[in-house]
Ligand binder design. Structure first.
Ligand SMILES: [Zn+2]
Length: 134
């Protein structure tokens, strides 16, 4: 698994505490030491210092490891838009990968371009490998 350096994580976390506009997410960064990647009506997805992706529903008390691959990917893609260092955590595109037909390889849904919604099929990567396609 790809990782980011602990010093990078510390810097990104400090940046999140300083600049995150959403008070709940800022609080998660400040109090729990977790870097918010994605939040929606269902809950929040964060990155911990070990490079693990965790999630929590708004009703839940604690974070747990997020198992849905596409949500993991999409959260990382979204996080990397804000923190380019996180690109290191995205999977490398295998030579056998094919362009995602859902988004024509853009990683974004064409019908909702102005909303910037990531493609749910490829998780925003723009390509599919055997694992994602299955
Ligand atoms: Zn796609």
């Amino acid at each position: 698994m790809n990782t980011i350096a602990s010093t990078d994580f510390t810097r990104l976390l400090a940046e999140s505490v300083r600049s995150e506009k959403n008070a709940i997410l800022r609080d998660i960064a400040a109090r729990e030491g977790l870097l918010p990647l994605h939040a929606d009506i269902g809950g929040v997805v964060v990155l911990d210092r070990n490079g693990e992706i965790l999630s929590k529903g708004w009703e839940d008390t604690g974070f747990k490891v997020e198992r849905m691959r596409n949500l993991r990917l999409a959260s990382l893609v979204e996080g990397a838009q804000k923190y380019p260092e996180l690109r290191a955590l995205l999977p490398d595109k295998p030579s056998t990968a094919r362009e995602c037909p859902e988004c024509d390889g853009t990683g974004r849904l064409a019908m909702a371009k102005e909303l910037g919604l990531l493609c749910g099929r490829c998780g925003g990567l723009g390509w599919l490998d055997e694992v994602i396609a299955s």
